[in-house]
Design a protein around this ligand. Structure first.
Ligand code: AMP
Length: 305
């Protein structure tokens, strides 16, 4: 089934306890579409970059089967830039600098060939832009998944509140869930979010896995205990791309299949953190992904006798 992803395509500068990068390719939609490319062949991107964005990266996306017809390249303008620095625990980070550049007045245009997509991933960007995409689709997709971040909860709360009833699944991390609801306990936070609109809520807990809340049912997916986490940037987006990519591939949005999708998303995220930026998810094989999913199964399988 076809997937439409919207979100940032960016230059990132990163600093982790393991090293530093100059500008490398990043952005929520970059990670999402790359991750989803291992599951679905109908992988459509809507985003904006400046003419400083390398054609070679657009070629790489195309080679992964990502349709970039909806990627606007603005001549004479600069690509969105984000720089972040991780603390020693790698679970927390500070935004050092943001240059909105082309994102400042991004007006998402949906090519005709993207209409009728069944799966919509609203990757990280301003809630007003995410909403515009829903409004510009002629038919409501079968499943709409929304990602957001602390910045939008803080500065665009009313926009976010009008968007939440329009989506099926919200994906946030534990701190964002607490910030959005004022509830510390994640079970209570998920219940509050479900009252705000989305019937399914996924709360990511970094190296401690992810929780899926769906109509009174809860599922917990562990994160793979890795020897070294090199750079967590994009792990959340890679998780979301694996999750929705798997659902688009299997075209089954039942709770049981969402559990499998969360494991695939977690497996993809576990690769992402092994190298800087998107490097590790550029050249994965189906065998590597399957082997990692099997590790997740082994990690949490047990018998009572
Ligand atoms: P994650 O580590 O999954 O939270 O996502 C990291 C990516 O989010 C980076 O590649 C950034 O380019 C992107 N990003 C950071 N801040 C923003 C923002 N305000 N809007 C859109 N994308 C952002």
């Amino acid at each position: 089934m076809s997937l439409l992803t919207i979100g940032s395509v960016a230059f990132d500068a990163l600093e982790t306890p393991f090293g530093k990068t100059d500008k490398i390719i990043g952005g929520a939609a970059t990670y999402i579409t790359l991750s989803a490319s291992y599951f679905t062949k109908e992988n459509n991107l809507v985003a904006v970059v400046g003419d400083d964005f390398p054609q070679s990266m657009i070629d790489d996306l195309n080679q992964h089967g990502v349709n970039t017809e909806g990627l606007q390249v603005r001549v004479g303008e600069k690509t969105f830039f984000w720089s972040g620095k991780y603390h020693n625990d790698m679970n927390t980070r500070d935004t050092v600098e943001v240059q909105l550049n082309v994102m400042e007045d991004f007006d998402p245009v949906i090519p005709d060939s993207y209409q009728n997509c069944q799966y919509l991933m609203l990757g990280n960007t301003a809630p007003a832009i995410q909403r515009t995409v829903i409004e510009r689709l002629h038919n409501r997709p079968k499943l709409i998944v929304l990602d957001t971040m602390n910045l939008w909860i803080e500065i665009a709360n009313p926009d976010l509140m009008t968007l939440l009833p329009m989506v099926d699944v919200l994906v946030v991390n534990d701190e964002e869930a607490r910030q959005l609801t004022g509830e510390y306990a994640l079970v209570k936070a998920a219940a509050r979010i479900r009252q705000m609109g989305p019937k399914t809520v996924i709360i990511k807990k970094g190296e401690h896995g992810a929780l899926l809340f769906h109509e009174g049912q809860i599922f917990f997916a562990p994160a793979l205990p890795l020897e070294a986490v090199f750079d967590p940037t994009g792990a959340g987006d890679t998780f979301a791309g694996g999750f929705i990519g798997y659902l688009a591939k299997t075209d089954d949005i039942s709770f049981d299949n969402m559990k499998r999708a969360i494991i695939y998303g977690s497996a993809m995220a576990s690769f992402c953190v092994e190298k800087f930026g998107a490097e590790r998810i550029m050249n994965l094989t189906q065998e590597e992904i399957q082997a990692r999913v099997s590790e997740f199964v082994r990690l949490s399988a047990f018998g009572l006798v």
